[in-house]
Design a binder for this molecule. Structure first.
Ligand SMILES: [Zn+2]
Length: 113
């Protein structure tokens, strides 16, 4: 439950928040494979990050994602571009107890990463 509060309050340790007090000031995701640089914010963590463990977690909870994000699939368990905030809001507002489990496990991956 603690991770969900952190996520909602933005008082978490994603790079976009931590950059304010980290020495290197970088908000680039350090968990994405490859050369592309992505800002590690909430939407990135939820939908875009291509970290292997994050993708596996999204596949496990795909029933939460597929009703909202058409591009999401088992073969491509991440989105290639930013989505509109309303859609993210709708996703986070869905009435499904499993959403909290997904967010909690997701934040664990980023905190541990
Ligand atoms: Zn990433």
């Amino acid at each position: 439950m603690r991770n969900i509060s952190k996520f909602r309050l933005r008082a978490h340790t994603l790079k976009v928040e931590a950059a304010a007090w980290l020495e290197d000031g970088s908000c680039v995701c350090d968990q994405c494979p490859g050369e592309d640089e992505h800002v590690q914010n909430e939407v990135h963590a939820l939908l875009i990050c291509q970290d292997h463990r994050v993708c596996e977690l999204r596949k496990h909870f795909s029933f939460l994602l597929t009703p909202f994000f058409e591009d999401f699939s088992a073969t491509q368990p991440f989105l290639l571009q930013q989505v509109n905030n309303q859609l993210v809001h709708d996703f986070l507002s869905q009435q499904n107890n499993r959403l909290f489990l997904f967010l909690s496990e997701l934040m664990d991956l980023f905190v541990a990463g």
